[in-house]
Design a protein around this ligand. Structure first.
Ligand SMILES: [Ca+2]
Ligand SMILES: [Ca+2]
Length: 496
């Protein structure tokens, strides 16, 4: 190569690359590799709106999290039929650009979910946004649209709404598509959105989880949890290679891949197994509840405040009352009430539902590899207690941290799964946001807007608690010395 050409290349690299590749420390849902661990950030260990709140910017509703794209954050939102992408300047919180795509139909979702649940992803060149009510769209740094790929509107189980975020691997952009029996992983070329492969997963459809990218014997793989199993596919062609069974039916949290091990948490519909209570035995309650003493339990004789499921969210969303469950499982209750035999039948059906596979939490640690069902050969440990409903785990310095609703933090040994501690952090409410770690400190946020910082390690130590006054469902993001929280209607930046 001539010296002239070399110097041209040098100039190209030095002067052009900074303008076409935007660095990102937090490029996708839960940051680097989706693990929730900041590589080098030192954000404040206590949030204070008077001293270290750098800025606060109003944004539309959304449960997705911001990502970093150079000097900006990218965030998705939903406002009626408008599906929004924001680019927000990290320095001052001003909005650099905002793009809206108006759809005819917005996906149906549970009242604890939202129409903008998917966190964008960037390769440093473009940003890729998935709106479940629209499809995929790619923008450059200035917000110029590069391509769009409309997709049929999703049909999630029981209309609970989407949860999965897109991931990038090489030239592939991959998203889980919930379409009932047509549910599949879709891999498109990130350069133009053209389809590369589709991995059908009709038997694995119940999921709100983000896929995980991992390596196994030099092969690049993608894993997806749902409907009681975790399935590993080849990234090359989407071929199903191996799977682990025995997980919960309906999976919200996302697996992480740390130090060569996959950690997969699945809790089912109600969270921790202590969140469900089977209906009481007839003999225990009939004397007290049968107020007219006719030996029949009428619906209005069942106390209205008794819960069979308590997800411990701050507004009681998603809880079942005994009255509702009793009439759900025994239809003639409203007409002539319960006899002892009818109550026994209802009790058994309710118990099977409440304590069955739909609600049975399971967390596993899995060594990747093998072929077919590897449940008996590659599972390092399997635990069924003290597992959260929505938040994903953080694995940090050989410990697994899980925050569950009610404000209970569980710390396990990552090698054995044994609990090191299980403690109330004294910040109750629902936990939807996944925890993150920076500089050895764990950040958790509740639907009451309370942020708690816990020192990692074998000793349980809460460092600080702060109130943001608005519900938080999105997972925090960390860039250098700033931590970002999305609440019900704002994005907050706290900085050292
Ligand atoms: Ca009665
Ligand atoms: Ca009856």
């Amino acid at each position: 190569m001539s010296p002239k050409r070399l110097s041209f290349l040098f100039l190209f690299c030095v002067f052009l690359l900074p303008f076409c590749s935007q660095a990102s420390e937090w490029s996708q849902f839960r940051g680097p590799d989706g693990s929730g661990v900041a590589v080098s950030g030192h954000p404040p260990i206590s949030l204070n709106v008077d001293s270290n709140l750098k800025w606060k910017t109003a944004v539309s509703k959304g449960h997705s999290s911001p990502i970093q794209f150079g000097e900006r954050l990218i965030l998705s939102g939903s406002d009626g039929k408008d599906q929004i992408t924001y680019a927000i300047n990290i320095e001052d919180g001003s909005i650099a650009w905002e793009n809206r795509i108006t759809v005819e139909e917005v996906e149906k979702h549970h009242n604890t979910n939202n129409a903008a649940p998917s966190t964008p992803v960037t390769d440093g060149n473009w940003v890729y946004v998935y709106h479940p009510s629209f499809g995929l769209v790619a923008y450059d740094y200035e917000g110029a649209e590069q391509w769009r790929k409309p997709l049929p509107i999703v049909k999630t189980p029981r209309n609970q709404g989407s949860g999965s975020s897109p991931v990038l691997a090489g030239d592939l952009l991959i998203i889980d598509r919930q379409l009932g029996k047509d549910t599949h992983l879709l891999a498109v070329n990130k350069k133009d959105g053209s389809e590369v492969w589709k991995a059908p997963r009709p038997l694995n459809a119940w999921s709100f989880s983000t896929p995980v990218i991992f390596e196994e014997d030099g092969n690049s793989m993608i894993g997806m949890a749902g409907s009681g199993s975790f399935i590993a596919y080849s990234l090359f062609d989407g071929e199903q290679r191996w799977w682990v069974t025995g997980l919960a039916t309906q999976i919200c949290s996302s697996p992480v891949f740390v130090n060569g091990i996959l950690y997969i948490s699945s809790s089912g519909a109600q969270g921790d197994d202590t969140n469900t209570t089977s209906p009481p035995d007839w003999d225990e309650i009939i004397g007290e509840w049968d107020t007219n003493k006719d030996g029949i339990l009428a619906i209005e004789e069942i106390p209205n405040d008794i819960l069979v499921t308590d997800r411990k969210t701050s507004d009681g969303a998603g809880n079942f009352r005994l009255r509702g469950m009793a009439s759900f499982f025994y239809k003639d209750l409203a007409e002539d009430g319960y006899t002892k035999a009818e109550w026994a039948e209802m009790r058994e059906k309710s118990h099977n539902f409440l304590k069955g596979s739909l609600n049975r939490p399971v967390m596993v640690a899995v060594r990747p590899g093998g072929k077919g069902d590897v449940s008996d050969t590659h599972v390092l440990w399997r635990e069924s207690k003290r597992i959260p409903e929505i938040p994903s785990p953080v694995v940090y310095e050989n410990r697994v941290y899980n925050i569950r609703s009610g404000g209970i933090l569980n710390c396990r040994n990552a090698e054995t799964g044994e609990t090191i501690y299980d403690k109330h952090i004294d910040a109750p409410g629902g936990y939807f946001a996944s925890p993150v770690v920076a500089n050895g400190n764990l950040y958790v946020a509740s639907d009451r807007g309370e942020v708690s910082v816990i020192r990692t390690g074998d000793e349980f130590e809460v460092i600080s608690k702060s109130e943001l006054s608005e519900s938080i469902a999105a997972s925090p993001a960390i860039v250098a010395n700033t931590i970002f929280f999305r609440s019900a209607s704002n994005l907050w930046a706290f900085s050292n």
